[in-house]
Design a protein around this ligand. Structure first.
Ligand code: C2E
Ligand code: CA
Ligand code: CA
Ligand code: CA
Length: 277
């Protein structure tokens, strides 16, 4: 609507009501974005907080819109989830990630790539088979990939999520619980899920230096993860002080702007060379 357009770049966010003219054109545009190669894969490193070694990288999608420039995921991922387009988007991200993993191996880097799955992906019972076929095309094995799933996506339909996750785990994927602490998670489920990793949401990590409660939440999440035999990752590491504090608390890995912002794949490899040197 005209009123929304006045708000400038927020047009997309306002266009979520299904069936409206704007959402129809957004869906058309998203389809075209894939066809015209307008999506970009960015990678953000995750490091071992003791040694500083890069263990893996998270794949984060951006949309390089011909008019609007780089559109952040929060402006189109929720819409893609609502319309079901997320399945195509996830397939694209997985293919690009498999390709990036191949490139990394070619450069002699030993790392894993993490891909975000949405609720809709998780409810797709053919997902494991589709991923399997897709990876075979790139001669990449599941062991090189980690799949990140938010706790709210799991709790949407825990029974079905558990089934899908079990299959993915048997196939050899590492599995990670994303944004831990923000949804209501059931610890009973957490115990049963075949996951390897838990990511503490950045809201807690970014606040822990000034808020004692957040610091306590971070500390007890690290403890909980370790008691369940999980690797624990802190996201939102924005300062050297946060890195040091997390390392003291025994947190295994960290990800955040202090280490690096997400970068386009070629730049990520350059950065990695410099970081390791
Ligand atoms: P997420 O999975 O929790 O990803 C982490 C987000 O935190 C990323 O935002 C990343 O750029 C940002 N971040 C990392 N370190 C810091 C830091 O130190 N400080 C701050 N303030 N932020 C930091 P981004 O790339 O904008 O992605 C936002 C969300 O969009 C993601 O949150 C994820 O939920 C979704 N998303 C992004 N790419 C994909 C994708 O390929 N598939 C799906 N399903 N969702 C995606
Ligand atoms: Ca994530
Ligand atoms: Ca997260
Ligand atoms: Ca998040």
């Amino acid at each position: 609507s005209a009123k929304r357009r006045q708000c400038g770049s927020m047009t997309y966010e306002a266009s979520l009501d299904a069936g409206s003219q704007e959402s129809l054109s957004l869906l058309t545009e998203l389809r075209r974005a894939v066809e015209n190669n307008e999506l970009r894969l960015f990678l953000q490193p995750k490091v071992d907080l003791k040694s500083g070694a890069v263990i893996s990288a998270e794949a984060l999608v951006r949309w390089e819109h011909p008019q609007r420039g780089l559109v952040p995921p929060m402006e189109f991922i929720p819409f893609a989830e609502q319309t079901g387009f997320i399945r195509q988007l996830t397939a694209w991200v997985l293919a690009e990630s498999a390709h990036a993993l191949k490139l990394a191996q070619g450069h002699g880097f030993d790392l894993r790539i993490s891909v975000n799955l949405s609720t809709r992906d998780l409810l797709d019972q053919d997902l494991p088979t589709k991923i399997d076929q897709l990876l075979a095309g790139y001669s990449v094995t599941p062991q090189g990939l980690c799949l990140e799933i938010t706790e709210s996506a799991i709790m949407d339909d825990p029974q079905r999520a558990l089934q899908t996750l079990e299959r993915l785990s048997e196939m050899g994927f590492k599995l990670s619980i994303d944004d831990f602490g923000t949804g209501y998670s059931s610890l009973a489920y957490l115990k049963r899920l075949p996951v390897n990793e838990l990511k503490i949401d950045k809201s807690f990590v970014m606040a822990m230096e000034r808020d004692l409660d957040d610091a306590r939440i971070v500390r007890s999440t690290i403890e909980l993860a370790h008691n369940l035999g999980l690797t624990v990752v802190a996201e939102g590491v924005e300062t050297g002080k946060a890195w040091k504090l997390l390392a003291e608390l025994g947190c295994d890995e960290g990800q955040g702007y202090f280490i690096s912002r997400p970068m386009p794949t070629p730049r990520f490899f350059e950065w990695l060379q410099g970081w390791q040197a």
